[in-house]
Each structure stands twice: as structure tokens, then as C-alpha cells.
Design a protein around this ligand. Structure first.
Ligand code: DP6
Length: 396
């Protein structure tokens, strides 16, 4: 029996992927750019065993068995990696042996936080390690067929998924734009919003958008090509101001497309909209763009902010969205920031003109995850320590 365990990170898009030109191969109508988050706070962890005694391919997700062979996306990932193994002449594990896969997320799946991206990236990466094939662009094209956004989680730092033009999707691959070391003080606060509403899943929402939105083609053909170039340059120059403006505009446009869908997809709620107002008021108060928001297909906000401004931003968040759980680690999860709420007075005077402060209500945020830019997936040894190219980090 052969067994491999790996972890893979979450990524959050700055320029959103929304809409496919081919549903089966998962080919997008536009390029997208994301930032990979540190796996310490959020990651998927997958163990795959392969044995000649296994009777069937089986999979457990967060401890519950899920159907495997009927799941076209899972099978496409397994077949895709096996095809690459044959092409690479890699015969580390016989390809006719069945696999058992156990995958877990170290963050609540229900929070709607890009769990499919980390999950499918981890599945494909762990299979690649099992069969002994390289991690390259071809592999991102396999991960893409599990869930589009998963292809971006195979690399750390900033990653661009190129939509490609070929019908077989072989040029629809992810490439790294910049490594995490390029902008190491890039942090993120995920404001998890209390919300019970059922949302239209991304796959369905984007399908409906492509067939009914009159705006989506303009976005894909005109707006995104310009924005991807501008954002790539802003990342290369570590120009936070431009980075923040493009990120916020793209989030807003994605939700405008969702509303232009018929019937509309409403992902943001009232709290999400007050977070948008808050970020603009905060940036105005501090006199520059210090924070940028982005929202995926749900109400939770991801705020990008440089490390040196995290404490001040957190104080302002606590002022605008007071929470009885402060200062517990249950509320502020991940990277800890001591005494962040003690700066309230300073921020209060700066933010005092913002009208939403008058209407603020308590405990509208469930909790906050504080994390930062991170690396791509990696393999773990039997004792859970990191391996690089199959060797323990300590031995390198
Ligand atoms: C709003 O990758 O989950 O997060 O390819 O159908 O599985 P499928 O969709 P998925 O969509 C992600 C949409 C998004 C934007 C993004 O991550 O780019």
C-alpha cells in the first residue's frame, strides 16, 4: 500500500472568475487573478492510499463518505492525473490500483469560504505526489476540471488563471504572477457574517449569468483584459493603492453581474453592504486606500490590508461592528493582534462623520480570520511535518 498526505491553501480572487465557455472542461470566459492564503489558518488536508486490495475508489469528506465514481468532477481529476502519469512514464504506484481518499478542511466548510478551491487543489496535488509526477501548468489544467478556482491554489503568492482560447482547454492554465516573498506584508481579514440564507451555488449562478446577463460579455471582453494587466503591474510594483482600487471595483462589478442575472443572484446582504460603506469611510478617514474589500458568492468580506495597518483597521472594525466576543481568540482567529481595540478613541474621532456609525448594531459579525499571503500546497511526512520534493524540510 502507498499513502501520501498533503495540504493545499485557499485562494481569494481579486479579479473574479465568473462564467464558463465550456461547462464540462470548466473553461472560463475571462482570466482571473487571486492571492493564495497562508495554510496555517485555512487549508484542505488530504490523505490518499492506493492498494491492490482495495475493491473500489472511495472518498470521505470531513469524515463523511461521499459518492466517488458517479461524481464526474472527481473522476475527471483522477483520470487526468493518471493520464499525466502515463505520459511522464511515472509508475510509482500501479494505475489500476483503486484509491481511498480522506479530505478535511481546517476551517468551517459552511462558512462558504472557497472550500472547493482548496479541496480540489489538494486532491490533484496529492494524486500527483502519489503517482510521482511534477507540479506544473498541465497539472493546473487537471485541477481546473475539479473546480475552476482550484487551479489557482496550486501556486502560492499571486496567481493568474489564463482563460485560454483552445477548444480542448490545454492552454487554460494557472501561472504564478509573484511569489509570497514578493509582498510578504500582504495580510487579509475575513469578516464572517452571520447569515442563514440559502445561496445559489457558484456553478449554477455563473451558468445563469452567461445565458441571461446583458453585461457579462462586456465584462469578459472589455473590462477584465484591461484590469488583469493593470492589477499585474500593481502587484509587480507593490502599489497598494492601485491594487485596492481594482480589487474593490472588480468585486462590485461581479456582484453587479450577479444582480443583472435573471432571476438575480443576491450574494451580499445588508451587513456586507455596510462593510463596503465602512471600508470607504475608513479609507477616507485615514487619507489613503489602506483597506480593500472583495466578496465571493456569499456575504462574507475579505479585506486586504498591509501588516502595518492591521491593528488600526481592526480597531475601526470593532468600532463600526462592535462585538461582545472581543477580545477572545474565538472571535479573532488566526494571527493574533494584541490590544487592537485600545485604539478606538483615535479612530472614532476620524470616523465620526461616517453616517453608518449611527446605525450600527452589535454582533453582526460571527468571527474574523486574520491571515496573510501564503505558499502553494505541500506534502506532509508521517509525523505531519512538511516535506519538500519528498524530503523532510529539516534534512535539507
Ligand atoms: C466567486 O470555482 O467554485 O469564487 O468552477 O463551477 O466549481 P466552479 O466554480 P468555482 O467559482 C468560484 C467563483 C468565485 C470567484 C473566483 O474564485 O474567481
Amino acid at each position: 500500500m502507498h499513502t501520501v498526505t498533503c495540504i493545499a491553501p485557499v485562494n481569494i480572487a481579486l479579479i473574479k472568475y465568473w462564467g464558463k465557455r465550456n461547462e464540462e472542461l470548466i473553461l472560463p470566459i475571462n482570466d482571473s487573478i487571486s492571492m493564495t492564503l497562508n495554510a496555517n489558518e485555512m487549508c484542505a488536508k488530504t490523505t490518499i492510499s492506493s492498494s491492490e486490495t482495495f475493491k473500489a475508489n472511495r472518498m470521505w469528506l470531513n469524515g463523511e463518505e461521499v459518492t466517488f465514481e458517479e461524481n464526474a468532477r472527481l473522476m475527471r481529476c483522477l483520470d487526468g492525473v493518471r493520464r499525466l502519469a502515463v505520459a511522464n512514464g511515472a509508475l510509482k504506484v500501479p494505475l489500476n490500483w483503486k484509491v481511498h481518499i480522506a479530505s478535511r478542511n481546517n476551517f468551517p466548510t459552511a462558512a462558504g469560504l472557497a472550500s472547493s478551491a482548496a479541496g480540489y487543489a489538494c486532491l490533484v496535488y496529492t494524486l500527483a505526489r502519489l503517482y510521482g509526477i511534477p507540479i506544473n501548468e498541465e497539472l493546473t489544467a487537471v485541477a481546473r476540471q475539479g473546480s475552476g478556482s482550484a487551479c489557482r491554489s496550486l501556486y502560492g503568492g499571486f496567481v493568474r488563471w489564463h482563460s485560454g482560447v483552445l477548444a480542448d482547454g490545454s492552454d487554460s492554465v494557472a501561472k504564478q504572477v509573484a511569489s509570497p516573498d514578493h509582498w510578504p506584508n500582504m495580510h487579509i481579514l475575513i469578516l464572517v457574517v452571520n447569515d442563514a440564507r440559502k445561496k445559489t451555488p457558484s456553478t449554477k449562478g455563473m451558468q445563469r449569468a452567461v445565458t441571461t446577463s446583458a453585461l457579462i460579455q462586456h465584462r469578459a471582453k472589455v473590462v477584465v483584459p484591461r484590469r488583469t494587466e493593470e492589477l499585474t503591474e500593481a502587484i509587480q510594483l507593490r502599489d497598494f493603492n492601485t491594487f485596492a482600487e481594482i480589487t474593490m471595483k472588480d468585486s462590485n462589478q461581479f456582484h453587479a453581474i450577479a444582480l443583472d442575472t435573471y432571476p438575480p443572484c443576491v450574494y451580499m446582504n445588508d451587513v456586507s453592504h455596510s462593510i463596503v460603506n465602512f471600508v470607504h469611510a475608513y479609507n477616507e478617514a485615514v487619507g489613503s486606500l489602506q483597506a480593500a474589500y472583495t466578496f465571493d458568492a456569499g456575504p462574507n468580506a475579505c479585506l486586504y490590508v498591509l501588516e502595518e495597518n492591521v491593528s488600526q483597521l481592526l480597531s475601526a472594525v470593532q468600532l463600526a461592528f462592535p462585538n461582545d466576543l472581543v477580545p477572545s481568540v474565538e472571535y479573532l482567529r488566526g494571527i493574533q493582534v494584541p490590544n487592537f481595540d485600545s485604539q478606538n478613541e483615535k479612530i472614532l474621532s476620524k470616523l465620526s462623520d461616517a453616517d453608518f456609525l449611527e446605525k450600527r448594531s452589535k454582533n453582526v459579525l460571527k468571527y474574523i480570520i486574520h491571515t496573510k499571503i501564503g505558499n502553494g500546497p505541500c506534502q506532509l511526512s508521517d509525523d505531519n511535518s512538511l516535506l519538500v520534493d519528498g524530503l523532510p524540510v529539516s534534512s535539507l
